[in-house]
Design a protein around this ligand. Structure first.
Ligand code: NAD
Length: 262
């Protein structure tokens, strides 16, 4: 089995990565940074997001597993002191693969159309002033949004930024995108839905920016600032992310352990 490791870059994560390579070599696991079948991230959820984006071009061939070096993460659920057990299982067992939906984004600028895939969410904000954007659902006008921004999250990302802005937590078997508002302006003149909503697969949502706005666009932890973004189209991706489960960890237990039962 070919594996690769992505660590957060701090000394603890780097030491754990070195230790993992030694344990893996002793178990005859093959390190292959270019074409891994299993990617182990060591750090936090942010490290798993980095690992995802590094190997997104091989999304169908790769499964991820996360070790956390701080508090329990949503994606990073193995503890540092369980690493030996994890490597032993990597060498001897076939993991159960669970697959979660992703968000697909097409960004239309003045010059080109660029595609991205997000594991957690896509966030759009105004860089200087209130974001003003027309939101269409399935090519029908839905609302004119005015406010700080919009978060379009995947089911597994629904426990991240989306949760902070009052969005619902969505089980990953529900292949959907959640559109949530960040501080929308609602008064006698301006009106938005005022709550988050879910789009199923095969529906699409377009966010069309008012001209000459400087925007902040984030795809998970990666952000770009641009003044030539004209429109975004968000859909449930046809691709999925795969996680290797060497022991069961049902989604709702993960939610409980990450947020309630620490
Ligand atoms: P990071 O690694 O410090 O992550 C920020 C926090 O988000 C951490 O506590 C992490 O455990 C948690 N997190 C990430 N993905 C999660 C998920 N799917 N479910 C539950 N918790 C999750 O910082 P980063 O590397 O910049 O991570 C980027 C992520 O941070 C974004 O994808 C976004 O979801 C999140 N974020 C959250 C807020 C907010 O809640 N107000 C604001 C900005 C970004």
């Amino acid at each position: 089995m070919k594996y690769a490791v992505i660590d957060r870059g701090d000394s603890m994560s780097q030491q754990l990565a070195e230790q993992l390579h030694k344990l893996a070599a002793a178990s005859e696991l093959e390190r292959n940074d270019d074409q891994p079948e299993l990617v182990v991230s060591i750090g936090g959820d942010g490290t798993l997001l980095q690992a995802f984006h590094k190997y997104v071009h091989r999304i169908d061939e790769v499964a991820f597993v996360g070790i956390h070096t701080g508090h329990l993460g949503f994606y990073a659920d193995w503890k540092a002191n369980e690493m030996e057990e994890l490597v032993r299982m990597m060498a001897s067992e076939k993991p159960k693969i669970v697959s979660y939906p992703l968000a697909e984004l097409e960004v239309q600028t003045d010059k080109e159309t660029i595609s991205y895939v997000a594991l957690n969410e896509i966030t759009l904000k105004g860089a200087d002033i209130t974001l003003v954007a027309q939101i269409n659902v399935n090519d029908e006008p839905f609302e004119m949004f005015r406010g700080d921004g919009i978060v379009i999250s995947t089911p597994s990302g629904s426990t991240a930024y989306n949760k902070s802005v009052g969005g619902a937590i969505v089980h990953p078997t529900i292949e959907s995108l959640q559109i949530a508002e960040i501080a929308s302006i609602n008064n006698r003149v301006y009106r938005t839905l005022g709550s988050s909503f879910l789009l199923p697969q095969h529906h699409h949502c377009d966010i069309i920016s008012k001209k000459d706005q400087r925007l902040l666009l984030a795809i998970d932890h990666l952000s770009v600032q641009s003044n030539d973004i004209r429109a975004l189209r968000c859909t449930v991706s046809s691709k999925k992310v795969h996680f290797a489960r060497y022991r069961p960890f049902p989604f709702w237990n993960r939610v409980r352990d990450a947020f309630i039962d620490l």
